[in-house]
Design a protein around this ligand. Structure first.
Ligand code: NAG
Ligand code: NAG
Ligand code: NAG
Length: 528
């Protein structure tokens, strides 16, 4: 502990944290249920930084820290990994649209939160620790709403939502941030902000279907699971979902597109990206340095297992790579990759950030995961994307539109198309050149991200949830927010005015019409 405290100023210096010390240490609970390390890395970065500022941190997650940190306690839900792996084979998802993937995952989310809430770890926490209360709750704002019961079990403190990617219409809605489907592509589409008419139609439909599925189907079931574990005490899931003091999204306009943001919505990036580079292990350093024509790094992340790819696709990729003069470093789940050519080296685990930092690494073949994109942007490595699911299509669309990468869908991969795509990336210097500029912009924003997070979290603590930032849009129904009621009233008023004018004109016409006058008068005379 002494050593840690001694290293603290250095650590803060390294992080660029010049914030004044917080006036009081807060008790902060983090609820991060997704069994996927790429989700957990940015959350851990924020929670560790808060602990380093003297706050007391408790984190409920499937990824407890490997090295203990002072004032940071983990509640270990690592059992959740097994369940998640059984739920879905992500490698099969390359042709399925992401909203459908969310629907496919939904029963798994229900099972996951139910098992997590029923676990001894959480039950013990509720029994022994919840009553001491917390000053703030962070929760992963993604499909686990039954866990809102935990927020109320620890005394309903102000809430911060955090998500390891850019969020969907549901997250924007939840804090009342403007979201315009004409210019804001959903992170679950493969569109950019320049959408054609047909893409805008699809974007809008995707928004409506997702909102209906999430706030209708998912909220209803989560409500039941929450009642099962917490009884009638917690307020409805929907109300809590619209109660955020702060929303932290881990995508950023540099990696997507400019959009309107409320003051309590932060787009932060690269929270998990290390600025210092560590030496590469074993002979990896000499292997990379010995690559006369440079190195290609190949990894589809932690969720898509390369061994689950269709065999003919895997072999086509390997035959294409065998024709290249470059060396290829491939993250693969098994010790051996059948059909591996001599220029390809496989490993189960690789220090990705340190590899991307090496100047010999010239291309990153990726599934387009956001954390990988951030690391590549930081280290200025051009990308070739093979997108599968979630926000991967969206991220790869950005790489293509920014001119820092290209895209090859799994279904289009043959030996020749893969070879051509890779050669284009290596031989056309425009990708590296654009990436160099892109990286310069990216680094500036990355450098301030963690500091921004800490400042805003402590702001919310200082101002008891900062209710003055609550957007008025949260009070309005959807048709009021779209001004449909006003439009309807204006249309009705216009219609009424028109009808009235028509009526008056008709009366006037009748009164003055000469042709009818004699007959009319004649009849009148006769009646008399
Ligand atoms: C841990 O928390 C205690 C109580 O808030 C505080 O006094 C101490 O300085 C913290 N330690 C570190 C390393 O921040
Ligand atoms: C819960 O409380 C027990 C007993 O006070 C303590 O030993 C334990 O560290 C606490 N756990 C957490 C996660 O705060
Ligand atoms: C909203 O958060 C506040 C604390 O900021 C809490 O008092 C209130 O109970 C919460 N309401 C809901 C519906 O979760």
């Amino acid at each position: 502990m002494g050593a840690l405290i001694a290293r603290l100023p250095l650590l803060l210096l390294a992080l660029g944290l010049w914030l004044p010390a917080p006036t009081h240490a807060a008790r902060i609970l983090g609820i991060f249920p997704t069994p996927s390390i790429s989700h957990q890395l940015p959350y851990q970065a924020v929670m560790k930084a808060l602990a380093a500022r003297g706050h007391q941190i408790t984190v409920i997650s499937p990824d407890p820290l490997k090295e203990p940190v002072t004032n940071y306690t983990d509640i270990d839900l690592s059992f959740s990994y097994k369940l998640f792996r059984q739920m879905i084979t992500f490698a099969d998802m390359s042709e399925v649209d992401p909203v459908t993937v969310v629907k496919l995952l939904t029963p798994g989310y229900f099972q996951l939160v139910d098992e997590q809430l029923g676990s001894k770890q959480i039950q013990d926490f509720l029994k022994y620790n919840a009553s001491q209360g917390f000053d703030l709750v962070f929760y992963e704002w993604w499909g686990y709403e039954a866990l809102f019961g935990l927020i109320h079990a620890v005394g309903s403190p102000p809430q911060v939502g955090i998500l390891s990617f850019g969020g969907t219409v549901v997250q924007w809605r939840s804090i009342g941030n403007p979201h315009n489907p004409a210019i804001n592509p959903d992170a679950l589409t493969g569109f950019t902000d320049q959408m054609t008419f047909w893409e805008r139609v699809q974007n809008l439909m995707s928004n409506i279907i997702l909102t209906w599925h999430w706030e209708g189907v998912m909220f209803t079931e989560h409500e039941k699971i929450m009642r099962k574990h917490f009884g009638s005490a917690p307020p409805p899931v929907y109300d809590t979902s619209r109660n955020l003091s702060l929303l932290i999204l881990c995508n950023h306009w540099t990696l997507e597109y400019p959009r309107a943001l409320l003051p309590n919505v932060l787009q932060l990036t690269g929270l998990h990206v290390r600025e210092e580079t560590r030496p590469l292990p074993g002979d990896l350093q000499t292997w990379i340095e010995g690559a006369e024509h440079g190195v290609i790094y190949f990894s589809l992340g932690t969720n898509i297992l390369c061994k689950d790819l269709p065999a003919e696709k895997l072999q086509a990729i390997l035959r294409a790579l065998a024709r290249l003069p470059q060396r290829v470093l491939w993250k693969f789940e098994n010790d051996e990759l059948p059909g591996r050519p001599p220029n390809v080296r496989v490993a189960k685990w690789l220090p990705q950030q340190d590899i991307l930092a090496h100047p010999k690494v010239r291309l990153f073949i990726t599934q387009g995961g956001l954390q990988s994109f951030q690391e590549a942007a930081y280290h200025a490595v051009p990308l070739l994307g093979i997108p599968f699911m979630g926000d991967q299509q969206y991220n790869v669309a950005k790489m293509v539109s920014a001119g820092i990468g290209s895209r090859i869908p799994l279904k289009d991969i043959t030996e020749d198309s893969m070879y051509a795509a890779t050669m284009e990336m290596l031989e056309n210097p425009k990708y590296a050149e654009r990436m160099r500029r892109f990286s310069g912009v990216y680094r500036e924003h990355k450098a301030r991200s963690l500091e921004t997070a800490l400042w805003w979290v402590e702001y919310v603590l200082r101002h008891e949830g900062a209710p003055h930032l609550r957007a008025a849009s949260l009070r309005l129904a959807w048709y009021e927010l779209l001004l449909l009621d006003v439009a309807a009233a204006v249309a009705l008023a216009a219609l009424a005015a028109l009808l009235l004018a028509a009526f008056a004109l008709r009366r006037l016409w009748r009164a003055l019409r000469p042709s009818t006058a004699p007959a009319h008068h004649a009849r009148l005379r006769k009646d008399q």
